[in-house]
Design a protein around this ligand. Structure first.
Ligand SMILES: C[S@@+](CC[C@H](N)C(=O)[O-])C[C@H]1O[C@@H](n2cnc3c(N)ncnc32)[C@H](O)[C@@H]1O
Length: 352
């Protein structure tokens, strides 16, 4: 075997970057939990001692953390003053959960993947699955926080308007089901934007539903939002003007059964919105940085949930053609189209 030294060095350089990122992910979670980024955003340039004082933490740890953050490009360092600065763009992404670019949730999701690693190594041998609800609890809020930023940036301003006639119905007062709603980030955002409409969120995970109910109360939308534990294949109600599946259809054990149930419960002129991770149909077209994130999450979170209930494990990179089969061939919908997309999402519209 002949080794091309340049290719080897290029690869090892990439590995150094990747290992640094993987190790630094734990530091991002710590910075998020302890409010280190938020304190930097509020206080401007800080020394390690300033930041430790402001956050009730230990200067020696904070100094090491800040140097790691500077080496990562997450904070800037002014050597002349010995102060560290969180630039405005990093503050927007790291220190503000209401921002459409908020990223800390994604690092908590990454932590959940490490927590599940031993079980998943064994599952590779046995073929067993791992239910969403059996993952480490940091997954649920991490998922909500990360997806919510995408919803803040897109859902009301561009995804709903991209669907035929849906925004106008929601303005007037419509009946909406948000299936696989998790902690209800999408449900609550829609309820805030369309106060005349009525929303119900369904999810099989009882702890997520309990948190969603709490979020509805604290967000002041409990008068128009309810959350119920129910399966996508048999949730109650009929005559829904809009049924939505946000980033969950590919996780399900019975996506065709879920599609059929939407067909049974949707109003004759209703709309089914399916938001899925962005994906091309051919795997080779997903071999890029975004596909890397989605295939990794899919391996450890999405595929095992579906396999836990003998599902087809569509995976987070199922792609539009495969989803069309589920919706049109399996579910019996007559119309199906890509309404819009972002670099991270496909927004699909189905009509009965
Ligand atoms: C990736 S999370 C997305 C959660 C939420 N839609 C969001 O955008 O934050 C997938 C969700 O689907 C739920 N789920 C999976 N299979 C389900 C099923 N058959 N019926 C209802 N919910 C299901 C999980 O419990 C989990 O909350």
């Amino acid at each position: 075997m002949s080794i091309d030294e340049k290719k080897l060095n290029d690869f090892l350089g990439k590995v150094v970057g990747d290992v640094g990122a993987a190790m630094s992910a734990a530091l991002v979670v710590i910075g998020d939990k302890l409010g280190l980024y938020k304190a930097m955003a509020e206080n401007g340039p800080v020394t390690p001692a300033d930041l430790a004082r402001a956050t009730g933490t230990t200067e020696r740890y904070v100094r090491e953390w800040l140097n790691a953050q500077a080496a990562s490009g997450y904070v800037a360092y002014d050597a002349a003053s010995g102060r560290f600065i969180l630039p405005p763009e990093q503050a927007f992404a790291l220190a503000d959960d209401a921002s459409p670019a908020a990223v800390p949730g994604l690092f908590h999701v990454t932590a959940a993947m490490w927590h599940g690693e031993e079980k998943m190594t064994e599952n590779f041998r046995t073929g067993k699955g791992l239910e969403w609800g059996a993952q480490h609890p940091c997954l649920f809020e991490g998922t909500e926080r990360f997806f919510r930023s995408g919803y803040i940036g897109n859902l009301v301003s561009s995804w709903l308007p991209a669907l035929d006639g849906v925004a106008a119905k929601l303005e007037k007062g419509a009946k909406v089901a948000d299936v696989g709603c998790g902690l209800g980030a999408s449900t609550i955002l829609m309820a805030k934007a369309f106060p005349k409409s009525r929303f119900v969120g369904f999810d099989t995970h009882d702890k997520s539903i309990a948190l969603a109910r709490e979020r509805a109360r604290t967000s002041g939308v409990a008068d128009r939002v309810t959350f119920e534990v129910a399966n996508a294949t048999d949730f109650p109600g009929t005559g829904y003007d809009l049924v939505a599946h946000f980033d969950c259809l590919h996780d399900m054990a019975d996506p065709v059964g879920a599609a059929r149930h939407v067909k049974e419960t949707i109003a004759p002129n209703g709309t089914w919105m399916i938001v899925e991770p962005f994906s091309a149909d051919r795997p080779e077209d997903n071999h890029n940085p975004v596909g890397r994130v989605f295939y990794s999450a899919s391996t450890l979170l999405c595929v095992p949930h579906s396999l836990a209930n003998q599902g087809p494990a569509l995976g987070a990179q199922a792609g539009e053609a495969r989803l069309r089969e589920v919706v049109v061939t399996g579910g019996g919908f007559s119309k199906f189209r890509r309404a819009t997309e972002t670099p991270f999402n496909l927004v699909l519209e189905a009509r009965p």
